[in-house]
Design a protein around this ligand. Structure first.
Ligand code: AMP
Ligand code: TRP
Length: 347
């Protein structure tokens, strides 16, 4: 029964609730690939149970899940080196989430800004799942005793809640059982903004498709979106300070910096004094160069959905082998009897 927590175990998730965007790619996926290639133990999950906290068409959800898996692989996730699977195939997530529903307090969840944003004015009509969403996210991470979680800036508050849940569980049961996770919010593009409004996050759920670049967009569409991206009529400033009140300009500079793996300061120095039109020529070229090979590989992978399902199934099997014993221990600590022969064999 002894499970010695791994010194460094990476876990992260992305919702398959639509097309993955350039924000997901720069804020999350590129980091996932780097961590894998650095030799860390990496577990990546398509969180379909999170996706259904808001209404999803069943066919679209299954398609988006396979497409997100294809995007991960096309971007460099190797399903032999990383564990790649969809959340609903591993029951431990939902089971542990229930226990955490009983650990977290209503007050904690009421303060979550993502809930407030997504529920909007009509909170009475939001699903209970949307409210409890962060408990499921804590379960995703803690079911593996993961220690490091790479995410974009917007997930910081959810990770703090995950820490609070781990601490409260450990205190309540006088155990040092769940690790207190470290958020990994790193890189140049931890918050990519909408192409239409530089004060809003680029998001797959924005009603305007022109606000985002999807990993499935053609080169022509990427060009059209970037050319139409909002800017202002001033030339590019020669320092970042000159962009403080120009969120759209700052966002395009940041995207350029992240795509070309240099600092935003470097980019403004190169383009100081130029008009945005010239800068956009280079940005289009850079974006197409990065995204088109991914789009191409995703399309090829999507020609064989059976193979994608096989990869997700094999990943789920490996994921369950790690999380099942941790769940069994959690049940034991909590006083929940688990005496099914299968449950005993697995741990
Ligand atoms: P989601 O699409 O909400 O499931 O997000 C999946 C991952 O992508 C999380 O780590 C997010 O923080 C990250 N992410 C989503 N949108 C952006 C964005 N516009 N900029 C940077 N990171 C993002
Ligand atoms: N809530 C995250 C998002 O919307 C997705 C997510 C679910 C996640 N479970 C996770 C991220 C576990 C990191 C770790 O972006």
């Amino acid at each position: 029964m002894e499970e010695v927590p791994h010194p460094k175990r990476i876990f992260s998730g992305i919702q398959p609730s639509g097309n993955l965007t350039l924000g997901n790619y720069l804020g999350a996926l590129t980091r996932f690939v780097e961590l894998q290639n650095a030799g860390a133990e990496t577990i990546y999950c398509l969180v379909d149970l999170h996706a259904i906290t808001v209404r999803q068409d069943p066919d679209d959800l299954a398609h988006a899940t396979r497409e997100a898996a294809a995007a991960f692989i096309a971007a460099g996730i190797d399903p032999r080196r990383s564990i790649l699977f969809n959340q609903s195939q591993v029951a431990a997530h939902a089971e542990l989430a229930w226990i955490f529903n009983c650990v977290a307090r209503m007050g904690w969840l009421s303060r979550m800004t993502q809930f407030k944003d997504k529920a909007g004015k009509n909170r009475e009509n939001a699903s209970v799942g949307l409210f409890a969403y962060p408990c499921l996210m804590a379960a995703d991470i803690l079911a593996y005793h993961a220690t490091h979680v790479p995410v974009g800036e917007d997930q910081k508050q959810h990770l703090e809640l995950t820490r609070d849940i781990a601490i409260k569980f450990n205190q309540e049961f006088r155990q040092d059982f769940f690790p207190v996770v470290e958020p990994v919010i790193e890189g140049i593009a931890t918050r990519v903004m909408s192409l239409r409004d530089g004060t809003k996050k680029m998001s797959k759920s924005d009603p305007s498709d022109m606000s985002r670049i999807n990993l499935t967009d053609s080169a022509d569409l990427i060009e059209k979106k970037l050319r139409r991206a909002r800017t202002d009529s001033d030339p590019i400033a020669d320092s970042l300070d000159g962009l403080t009140d120009r969120p759209e300009a700052r966002n395009l500079i940041n995207i350029f910096a992240a795509l070309s793996e240099q600092t935003a300061q470097n980019v403004v120095e190169i383009y100081a004094g130029s008009q945005f039109a010239r800068f956009k020529d280079d940005l289009v070229e850079l974006a197409v160069e990065t995204i088109s090979p991914i789009t191409h590989d995703m399309k090829k992978l999507m020609e064989d959905p059976g193979e994608i399902d096989r990869i997700l199934g094999a990943g789920a099997e490996r994921a369950a082998a790690i999380s099942e014993p941790i769940l069994t221990q959690t049940f034991e600590i909590t006083g929940l009897i688990r005496s099914r022969p299968a449950a005993i064999d697995e741990s």
